[in-house]
Design a protein around this ligand. Structure first.
Ligand code: ADE
Ligand code: ZN
Length: 323
């Protein structure tokens, strides 16, 4: 039933979207050993710290604009086949730099993949440039300064990913001020590995339009009301949360409770092959767990499109595709 529903995802890390098969192809191309983080056709990790090692290991195998064009195109064509009409990908110039790629070459390669997927499927995509929290405030500020120069027309937002337990949100406030002043959409990972207080800190210091995950806010009723009142959108990734063992099973996940409390919740896949997920899988899981019908799932897509960091003419066209 959910298969035919038009979908959108606001929260997917492009390096985390590399399938094991593609990573093996890249490893052959560069003569690299991937046995530390791939076994057969699956990523291998057992907690968030190990997950980051696998993530970085895969990212290190994308070294040219062509590599990134292939990655973006294959990811987007895959989700277009699940009826996704829109996606935002987190892009990390720090990961590109670690692989020897300049920001310009990185964005150009990604944009080429995005254009190719749009040509073959019609899917729209925008990029959110992220700083990596555990690299420290200076690096995140440098990423924000880069984003503020508007280095590519498809970069419409700024965010922060990485180890949420590193530093305090306040340390990163200046980076977000730089990005906000440049007119970029603002999102920040919070309330995933750290608790409700991390979401409150994000609201106080960063004033984001959206929060990546944010699900741990559900542990504080007052905070849930605040998020609902302020209209802050949560980019919720249930499959990721289950894989990282935030919740024991889907029925324990707070997505539906947050939704009933008036919070604007959306569905995304985060790092799909790491979590045996995809945007189609997330919608299917939500339909099965909480009994959402096609109309309700389409309302979730509508919330995503309404919260997308996209120009108004494109938003109108995307919303028109939901009627
Ligand atoms: N980078 C890639 N996936 C992430 C996640 N789930 N949380 C924080 N940083 C990430
Ligand atoms: Zn994420």
């Amino acid at each position: 039933m959910s298969g035919a529903v038009r979908k959108a995802e606001l929260h997917c890390h492009i390096e985390g979207a590399a399938s094991p098969a593609l990573v093996r192809t890249q490893a052959r191309k560069y003569g690299a050993d991937v046995s530390g983080f791939l076994a057969g056709d699956a990523y291998v990790w057992s907690d968030f710290t190990e997950f980051l090692v696998a993530y970085d290991g895969a990212a290190a195998l994308f070294r040219t604009p062509e590599d990134y064009a292939l990655l973006a195109q294959s990811y987007l064509e895959g989700i277009a086949a699940e009826n996704a009409i829109y996606a935002e990908i987190f892009v990390s110039p720090d990961h590109a730099a670690a692989a020897g790629l300049s920001p310009e070459s990185y964005f150009e390669g990604l944009a080429r993949g995005i254009e190719a997927a749009r040509a073959s499927t019609g899917i729209e995509c925008r990029m959110i440039l992220v700083g990596i929290r555990h690299l420290g405030a200076e690096k995140v500020e440098a990423a924000a300064r880069l984003a503020a120069t508007r280095p590519h027309a498809l970069i419409t937002g700024f965010g922060m990913a990485g180890e949420e337990r590193f530093g305090r949100v306040a340390d990163f406030a200046r980076a977000f001020d730089i990005a906000r002043d440049a007119g970029l959409g603002i999102t920040i990972h919070a309330g995933e590995l750290a608790g409700a207080e991390s979401v409150r800190d994000a609201l106080d210091h960063v004033r984001p339009a959206r929060i990546g995950h944010g699900v741990r806010a559900s542990e504080d009723a007052g905070l849930v009301s605040r998020i609902a009142d302020e209209g802050v959108v949560l980019e919720v990734c249930p499959g990721s949360n289950l894989a990282l063992r935030l919740y024991p099973d889907i029925l324990s996940h707070p997505f539906d409770r947050l939704r009933r409390a008036g919070v604007k919740v959306t569905l995304s896949s985060d790092d799909p092959p790491h979590f045996a997920s995809s945007i189609g899988h997330e919608y299917r899981m939500a339909a099965e767990a909480w009994g959402y019908d096609a109309a309700e799932l389409t309302r979730i897509t509508r919330t995503s499109i309404e919260a997308a960091f996209v120009d108004e003419p494109t938003r109108a066209i995307l919303l028109g595709q939901l009627d």
